[in-house]
Design a binder for this molecule. Structure first.
Ligand SMILES: C[S@@+](CC[C@H](N)C(=O)[O-])C[C@H]1O[C@@H](n2cnc3c(N)ncnc32)[C@H](O)[C@@H]1O
Length: 285
């Protein structure tokens, strides 16, 4: 989205105090840091919210936000403030590591054939669907003997709706290797593709805010993909989130972050594997 929208360009103006309040709410609830440069973007993205609610100024909107009892206004704020940019086959080296190293390791360490994978910033679904296709391709005829698939979460409801629908335009699908596309998708005509019906139960989509102090999962994961979301968080938020994620990985479990989000190679509990790929150290290490 274009950042150069002036605070006044759509009619409703946002003064310094109002911007500071919205910035604080967004940071406290969703961990997202909004710099002063983002003020125009905030105004642009919230215009429709004000209009839909029949509000004539930001002051009234902020008062409603501060009094939001059931969290629906905050959820709408999260929807508007999150950037859901993603695409198929983004940072492809990670998908090769997943196929060539993670899945063979899971085969070794999970005799009960239970694969536990979490895609923690799923956006509009391109990344989790790809991970599901790679699993089916890897396990081939043995897939049905596995408890596989993945849980995919995001804070944005509109993004999750698109993900669950699993319908994408031709140009979005192009980067996906042909073999995976043939395995997981079918053409609908009119330049659109959809996820095959038999794949739909492979991905369980849920709304989840990564700022929650406790992760809602009973069992630890073999692998977590959390790519290109921590760029929106500050250092302290990232550090606390990483600690929670590491705790919810099995020893030896894999953590994938975005390539611009490298964690530093000296985290006591993580071993660096390759750019933006880490493993939880085992207890004895
Ligand atoms: C840029 S997208 C990354 C999508 C995908 N992982 C990729 O690498 O292409 C970032 C996603 O993080 C989500 N997000 C931002 N803050 C979040 C939070 N506090 N909890 C959960 N998801 C959040 C956004 O809604 C957005 O869909």
């Amino acid at each position: 989205m274009n950042d150069d929208v002036s605070p006044r360009s759509f009619g409703h103006t946002l003064d310094d105090a109002g911007f500071a309040q919205i910035r604080d709410l967004v940071y406290q609830h969703f961990g997202i840091v909004l710099s002063e440069q983002k003020r125009g973007l905030v105004v642009g993205r919230l215009q429709r919210v004000l209009r839909d609610r029949g509000l004539t100024n930001f002051r009234d909107y902020i008062d409603l936000l501060l009094a939001d009892k059931n969290g629906s206004l905050l959820a709408e704020l999260a929807n508007r403030m999150s950037t859901n940019h993603t695409h198929f086959w983004r940072e492809p080296a990670h998908f090769l590591v997943f196929r060539e190293s993670v899945l063979p390791w899971v085969q070794q360490v999970s005799p009960q054939r239970d694969l536990r994978l979490w895609c923690a910033a799923a956006a509009t679904g391109e990344e989790p669907w790809t991970l599901a296709m790679i699993q089916r391709q890897f396990f081939a005829e043995n897939y049905r003997h596995w408890q596989a698939g993945l849980v995919a979460t995001d804070i944005s409801e509109p993004a999750l709706c698109i993900a669950e629908k699993g319908v994408y335009d031709n140009d979005r699908v192009q980067p996906l290797p042909q073999d995976l596309r043939a395995l997981g998708m079918e053409t609908m005509g009119g330049g659109r593709w959809r996820i095959r019906d038999e794949m739909r139960k492979d991905v369980m989509y849920r709304r989840f805010n990564l700022m929650a102090e406790k992760l809602p999962f009973k069992h630890p994961f073999h692998c977590i993909f959390i790519r290109n979301v921590m760029i929106y968080f500050d250092q302290d938020t990232r550090r606390r989130l990483i600690a929670r994620l590491v705790n919810s990985l099995l020893p030896g479990g894999w953590l994938f972050v975005g390539h611009s989000e490298s964690l530093g190679r000296d985290d006591a509990n993580l071993e660096y594997v390759s750019p933006a790929v880490y493993r939880r150290k085992s207890e004895s290490q």
